[in-house]
Design a protein around this ligand. Structure first.
Ligand SMILES: [Zn+2]
Length: 244
């Protein structure tokens, strides 16, 4: 389907880069964002403005005042309301050319087959815990869905692009470990926001075959302005990669 006049105007600053063909390609994409907190909000805003045609948001949380130092989709008058509902309202106001779908659930082993399937072009990680990430990682490997992973704590943040069969999976990277996290996780708001934007960029780069963080992990830390980019390799003994 061709772009409407409204879409051509909305995307006019990026059409010289994407051309109509590229913009239509984005319009035909579906991404699923797991967790619409700090990282997820920021990713959703960038993906929506970019014109990704369908964004599915999965979360079962309600907005809390303590979210507001970082979670860009929410305001003080949203406190107590479901995050997914507020996120949909805000994103639809920002770009009415795209579809926002909601799944009001916490992802677990039982419901993941109903949530994540081949119709999803990429999974965007907005979670705050490794257990749920492992559940999604396994499903993404089985169904060959690209998984864009980001996480942060304090002033440390990391991001990588996982492509099934091609790059290390999350289990390869963290070896199935469940590092102890401080609860609640201390974090400066700019860090998840930066990582969410970078997740959207990874999706864009992957979609248009540009350089990505495949087989690399980018790490921000407190003591350095420039991020470190480390090469990562598949773990030959990874139980998830062997199974799938
Ligand atoms: Zn693996």
């Amino acid at each position: 389907m061709n772009l409407s006049d409204k879409e051509k105007r909305y995307y006019s600053r990026q059409l010289p880069i994407l051309k109509e063909k590229g913009q239509k390609k984005l319009k035909n994409k579906t991404v699923l964002i797991g967790g619409i907190g700090g990282i997820g909000s920021s990713a959703a805003l960038s993906l929506a403005r970019m014109g990704v045609g369908e964004i599915i948001i999965v979360d079962d949380d309600k907005v809390d005042l303590s979210n507001l130092n970082r979670q860009q989709l929410y305001s003080e008058n949203d406190v107590g309301k479901p995050k997914t509902k507020i996120a949909k309202q805000k994103l639809e106001k920002i770009n009415s050319n795209i579809d926002i779908k909601l799944i009001n659930k916490k992802i677990d082993q039982n419901n993941i087959p109903h949530i994540l399937d081949e119709s999803i072009d990429a999974f965007i990680d907005g979670f705050d815990n490794i257990e749920t990430r492992y559940v999604v990682n396994k499903r993404c490997m089985e169904k060959k869905i690209p998984y864009i992973h980001a996480s942060c704590e304090g002033m440390e943040g990391r991001i990588t692009l996982i492509i099934p069969n091609e790059t290390p999976c999350l289990h390869c990277i963290y070896q199935g470990k469940k590092p102890r996290q401080k609860e609640p996780i201390p974090v400066m708001g700019f860090l998840p926001n930066k990582l969410g934007v970078m997740e959207a960029e990874q999706f864009y780069r992957f979609t248009f075959n540009l350089k990505t963080l495949k087989n690399k992990i980018l790490i921000f830390s407190k003591d350095k302005m420039e991020p470190s980019i480390l090469k990562i390799e598949k773990n030959k003994n990874c139980e998830i990669c062997q199974e799938t």
